[in-house]
Design a binder for this molecule. Structure first.
Ligand code: BV8
Ligand code: ZN
Length: 254
């Protein structure tokens, strides 16, 4: 079954697949965090509409224009400070507890899945709030980076442990993601344009069904069993209602 069904038929099909699947993995992108107040990258209000990623999110930006690089990531960290995981993050963590989801693979660097209570999380693009020295790799407290300090050990430039353009993805996170996704019976892809390589290849590496939940169309939608055009938080709440047969708002049984 391909393409999009009427909304409620698609949602109940996905709820059935979630109940029946013995290994479900969720791949998320920046669209999973916009309802927490964090901009994504490529939609109309995204970061890359305001600034060229190569000027701030690349190794040459770090090496040749450190003040702009540091300013961009300090601003990203400040934004993160006031954000909370939303209902959708909490539902995914609940589904891990109930054995519905076995792993989350995320392109996000905001740590919101872990803050919501998810434990099995592979961070393909690293983490914004983990700081290290670009020269010697020594870790440093976030405050040191926010204050503009240099590495205490070698005087090198401090940076978030995110994967910049042109950098390799962390080996263990990538391996874990490929293992989990290739074996999955069901893969939910939520809130990503699938434009960044190699994460964009993961949905094509599974033996299972792929369901895309995204606000906008992506170039790979046609490859997936089902596409739900909608918001991550709302869609996850609708699926939770179908799975538990109860209304989230008032908690009453249907
Ligand atoms: C690598 C820094 C190997 C961290 C990021 C030419 C062709 C193909 C590939 C390349 C190429 N030239 C270079 C490459 C490789 C490059 C790449 O893919 N470039 C692309 C962009 C052309 N990739 C790399 O460099 C990777 N490394 O390949 O290593 C190697 C190494 C050395 C030498 C040779 C090879 C490293 C990837 C970099 C990852 N780091 N940024 C940071 O600051 O965060 S990328 C950046 O994009 C973020 O990290 C983010 O995670 C990532 C993916 O973006 P998305 O999460 O998909 O977000 P986006 O805004 O795009 O989409 C959000 C979607 O959600 C939208 O569709 C929107 O409609 C939707 N949405 C919004 N709100 C909601 C919603 N949906 C539902 N509900 C909502 N509420
Ligand atoms: Zn150092």
């Amino acid at each position: 079954m391909n393409g999009t069904l009427p909304e409620d038929a698609a949602l109940s099909a996905v709820a059935d697949w979630l109940s029946a699947s013995s290994s479900t993995v969720v791949l998320t992108g920046a669209g999973m965090s916009t309802e927490s107040g964090l901009p994504d990258f490529r939609s109309t209000s995204g970061w890359w509409k305001q600034i060229d990623p190569r000027r701030v999110a690349s190794v040459e930006a770090l090496e040749q224009n450190y003040s702009l690089f540091a300013e961009f990531y300090r601003m990203r960290l400040e934004r993160l400070h006031d954000c909370q995981p939303h209902r959708g993050h909490l539902i995914l963590a609940e589904w891990e507890r109930r054995g519905i989801v076995s792993a989350i693979v995320t392109q996000n660097v905001d740590g919101l899945h872990q803050r919501a209570g998810s434990n099995q999380v592979a961070e393909l693009h690293g983490s914004l709030s983990r700081i290290r020295c670009h020269a010697c790799g020594t870790g440093a407290a976030v405050e040191r980076f926010m204050n503009g300090d240099r590495c205490g050990r070698c005087g090198g430039k401090l940076r978030p442990a995110v994967v910049l353009f042109g950098e390799m993805l962390p080996e263990d996170a990538w391996e874990h993601a490929v293992q989990a996704i290739s074996r999955a019976e069901l893969l939910l892809v939520i809130g990503t344009s699938l434009e960044v390589y190699p994460a964009s290849q993961l949905p094509l590496m599974t033996r299972g069904r792929v369901v895309m939940i995204n606000a906008e169309e992506t170039a790979l939608d046609h490859r997936f069993a089902l596409t739900i055009r909608g918001k991550a938080g709302e869609t996850l709440q609708q699926l939770e209602r179908l799975l538990t047969g109860k209304n989230e708002e008032d908690g009453s049984e249907k």
